[in-house]
Design a protein around this ligand. Structure first.
Ligand SMILES: [Zn+2]
Length: 433
């Protein structure tokens, strides 16, 4: 608190409200928004469902006393503008998503939007040399149309005709959903961010156990990992489980098991690599028959694309070696190759400094999951700050945050806004990355 107040004093005004009181309000508001749901008894808020309109209405009611104007853009994003000292100043975006998975918690995405509004509240009318635009993205989870990031794609101009044609389970297209909500899909190009956008900052719960395990309330994201997804099939010979001696078998499940252990070991002893075999299908899949075929999924993630590719190549060689030794064959198919997305080094450093100013260890980490910042980073310098997630639990009603951690995030955000307001380097960066 004290350090936060000092930072704002440096700008001539002591105007940060008690961050703990603001944090309590943030948590309460997140819980209020969780009630706007398509399902009774649990939270589910997908792209432009009627509950999203109620969610927008509730958020807009908080803006009135702050004198902040808002609009819903043609991609369904709630855009809230806090004016700067000069009318034509460049703008900083802060936001996250307002949609949710089914049976969701109250904080994934929502917290980043509500916390951004708390930062505006803390400014108490003080104008900065840049406009702040808070964005509540319409869609990030990909639940309704099987395609994620509809909202942020609208901002970076990649919400294509092909995506607009996608249909939900009821046969309603994205295009129709927009019109039903009272929006005009033809105006989507106007939803794109302006050339004078300085950057995008997203606060988000970590959704994992790392920060809790090392005792840090906040983490600074340096990169969103790239990922490879493959399908690996071991092909042996199905045979009788009673009559086939052990040395004459070509057991696909035994080969798969050996390989799964190799995958786990390789990831365990390779820095920052995570690798997962999450699904296995066995043929014929009967207790008294030696398996003739085992089909496995492989998910490999790393912040460095080259390291990920080397790991995938190594694991495929391991599969071939295991198969050859056991007299089996192996096939592989690549299903997804997604590049890692580094966050903007300048904003990352600024975020780390702000975390330190808030009295926390500026712990740098990667995000193992995708976020709106990943899409925004293609067009504008982006950064993410993670909040510790108790138990690492997310996408579940048990998802929670500690009020003290939210207070730290608010202090960090206040310092970040102040640092950027005082940074000539930042205010010069109006080009798109
Ligand atoms: Zn999220």
């Amino acid at each position: 608190m004290e350090t936060s107040r000092r930072a704002f004093v440096a700008r001539g005004k002591a105007n940060l409200r008690d961050s703990k009181a603001l944090a309590l309000e943030v948590v309460e508001r997140c819980r209020t928004l969780a009630r706007f749901s398509e399902d009774s008894g649990s939270t589910r808020r997908t792209f432009l469902c009627p509950a999203m309109r109620d969610c927008h209405r509730e958020i807009t009611s908080w803006l009135v006393p702050l004198g902040i104007t808002s609009r819903v853009d043609a991609a369904g994003n709630l855009r809230m503008t806090y004016p700067s000292v000069e009318p034509d100043a460049p703008r900083l975006l802060i936001g996250s998503h307002l949609d949710s998975v089914p049976n969701a918690g109250a904080y994934d995405g929502i917290l980043g939007v509500v916390l951004a509004i708390a930062l505006l509240t803390a400014l108490e009318g003080q104008k900065l040399p840049y406009t702040i635009e808070v964005v509540g993205f319409s869609e990030e989870e990909g639940v309704r149309f099987g395609t994620p990031f509809l909202g942020s794609r609208g901002l970076v101009g990649t919400l294509s005709e092909e995506v607009l044609k996608r249909k939900d389970a009821q046969g309603i297209s994205v295009h129709q959903a927009l019109e039903t909500f009272g929006l005009n899909p033809a105006e989507i190009p106007q939803a794109a961010i302006e050339k004078d956008t300085l950057g995008y900052v997203e606060f988000h719960i970590e959704q994992g156990p790392l920060l809790e395990s090392i005792g840090h309330p906040l983490g600074v994201v340096e990169a969103i990992v790239g990922q490879s997804r493959l399908e690996i099939t071991f092909i042996g010979h199905a045979n009788h489980a009673g009559t086939t001696p052990m040395n004459l078998r070509h057991d696909a499940v035994a080969a798969a098991a050996e390989w799964i252990s190799a995958v786990e070991n390789h990831a365990k002893y390779t820095s920052e690599l995570v690798a997962t075999v999450g699904a296995i299908q066995v043929k014929p899949g009967t207790g008294n028959v030696i398996a003739g075929e085992a089909r496995l999924s492989l998910d490999v993630r790393h912040r460095v694309d080259e390291a990920r590719k080397i790991a995938v190549a190594y694991l495929l060689r391991q599969a071939e070696e295991i198969a050859a030794r056991r007299g089996l064959s192996v096939q592989s198919k690549t299903l997804l190759e997604q590049q890692a997305v580094p966050m903007d080094p300048f904003l990352v450093n600024q975020a780390a400094q702000a975390v330190g100013q808030a009295g926390c260890e500026p712990y740098r980490m990667v995000s193992g999951a995708g976020h709106d910042a990943m899409i925004m980073a293609a067009s504008v310098p982006s950064a993410m700050i993670f909040l510790r997630t108790p138990g690492g639990v997310s996408h579940d009603p048990a998802e929670t945050v500690a009020v003290g951690d939210v207070a730290k995030a608010i202090e960090c955000g206040g310092h970040l806004l102040n640092q950027l307001a005082n940074s000539a380097e930042f205010l010069r960066r109006t080009q798109h990355a």
